[in-house]
Design a protein around this ligand. Structure first.
Ligand code: C2E
Ligand code: MG
Ligand code: MG
Ligand code: MG
Length: 286
C-alpha cells in the first residue's frame, strides 16, 4: 500500500514538473510577442500619507492577460521576460505607458509621484539611463516625479557598474527606491543617500506585525535607521486599520496596501475633475 502511494506520488510529482515546464515553455514562447504588441497593461496602486490620507504616489504594476492562461502572476512573467531577454522592452514599455497614463495626475494637488519597477538586467545595461531620459522627454514626464524601484539583490556587493548607472539615473533628477527591503542579501553601503532615496519595507514584515514583536522591532529599527540616513520609508502590504495605526505610532508616514486600494487600471483613480478623492477612500470605516 505504502509502495503504491509512493508510486502515485512519483507519478504526480513527474506530472507537476511536466506541467510546470510546459507552462514556463509557453510563457516564454508567448511573452516576447505580447510585449512587442503592447499587451502588457499598466495598473496603478496608490501610496498614501498616513496623516491626512492624501495620495503621495502611485506604483505602476505590470499586468498580462493571456487568452488561454488568463491573468499571469507578475513574478512569473517577469521571470520569463528575464529568461527570454524581452525584459528591457517590457521595462521601457512600462515606463512609457505609465508616464502617459500618469499625465492627468501631474496637476493633482498632492503632487503624487510615479513609481516604476526595474529589474537587474535593466540596471546592468550601460545605455539604460539614456533610454529612460529619452522616454521621459518624449512623454513629457518630469524626472523629479519619477521613482525607480530596484530590489535589494541588485545592489549586491558594491558592483561598480550598478553604482555608476544609479548615479547617472539620479543625475537625471529622478529618485531611487529599494524595493522589498529586508528580504534580500546585500551590503549596507548602498544605503548612503547618494545611492538611494527611499526604502520600501517588504510586506512580509507587515503581515504579522500586530502579533510579532520581532517584526515590530525590525520595522522600528528600519524606520530609525532611515531617519538617520535621511531616507524616506514606504511600508508595503498594509491590509488592516490596526496595522495602519501601529505603523503611525512607529512613525511610518507612507503606506501602500490593499487597505487603501488594490492595483487598478490607471484611469480608475480619476474622476471628471482629475484625481478622484471622493471615490478614493483612503481610510475606510471599519
Ligand atoms: P513589488 O514591486 O514589491 O510590488 C508590490 C506587490 O505587492 C504587487 O504585486 C502588489 O499587488 C502587491 N500588494 C500591494 N498591496 C498589497 C497588500 O496589501 N497585500 C498583499 N498581499 N499584496 C499587496 P504584483 O502586482 O503581483 O507584483 C509582484 C511583483 O512583480 C512586484 O513586487 C515586482 O517585483 C514585480 N513586478 C510587477 N510589475 C513589474 C514591472 O513592471 N517590472 C518589473 N521589473 N517587475 C514588476
Ligand atoms: Mg515595487
Ligand atoms: Mg515590494
Ligand atoms: Mg514584492
Amino acid at each position: 500500500e505504502a509502495k503504491r502511494e509512493r508510486g502515485n506520488q512519483v507519478v504526480r510529482f513527474d506530472r507537476d514538473i511536466h506541467e510546470r515546464a510546459l507552462r514556463q515553455f509557453r510563457l516564454e514562447a508567448w511573452l516576447p510577442n505580447a510585449v512587442a504588441n503592447g499587451e502588457i497593461q499598466v495598473f496603478f496602486q496608490p501610496i498614501v500619507e498616513n496623516g491626512n490620507g492624501s495620495i503621495a504616489g502611485f506604483e505602476a504594476l505590470a499586468r498580462w492577460q493571456h487568452p488561454e492562461l488568463g491573468w499571469v502572476p507578475p513574478p512569473e512573467f517577469i521571470r520569463a521576460a528575464i529568461e527570454t531577454g524581452c525584459i528591457r522592452d517590457l521595462t521601457l514599455g512600462m515606463l512609457r505607458a505609465a508616464s502617459r497614463a500618469f499625465m492627468p495626475y501631474l496637476e493633482a494637488a498632492s503632487r503624487p509621484y510615479l513609481g516604476v519597477n526595474v529589474s537587474v538586467s535593466d540596471i546592468n545595461a550601460e545605455d539604460f539611463p539614456e533610454r529612460v531620459a529619452a522616454i521621459l522627454a518624449e512623454e513629457g514626464m518630469p524626472a523629479e516625479r519619477l521613482i525607480l524601484e530596484v530590489t535589494e539583490d541588485m545592489l549586491l556587493g558594491d558592483s561598480g557598474n550598478v553604482a555608476q548607472v544609479l548615479g547617472r539615473l539620479r543625475a537625471l533628477g529622478l529618485r531611487i527606491a529599494i524595493d522589498d527591503f529586508g528580504t534580500g542579501y546585500s551590503s549596507m553601503s548602498y544605503l548612503s543617500s547618494f545611492m538611494v532615496n527611499i526604502i520600501k519595507i517588504d510586506q512580509s514584515f507587515i503581515r504579522n506585525l500586530i502579533d510579532s514583536s520581532s517584526d515590530q522591532k525590525i520595522v522600528r529599527a528600519i524606520v530609525s535607521m532611515a531617519a538617520d540616513l535621511e531616507l524616506s520609508v514606504v511600508t508595503e502590504g498594509v491590509e488592516t486599520p490596526e496595522q495602519k495605526e501601529l505603523l503611525r505610532q512607529m512613525g511610518c508616514r507612507l503606506l501602500q496596501g490593499y487597505l487603501f486600494g488594490r492595483p487598478q487600471p490607471a484611469h480608475s483613480w480619476l474622476g471628471e475633475k482629475g484625481l478622484d478623492l471622493e471615490a478614493f477612500q483612503p481610510f475606510p470605516a471599519t
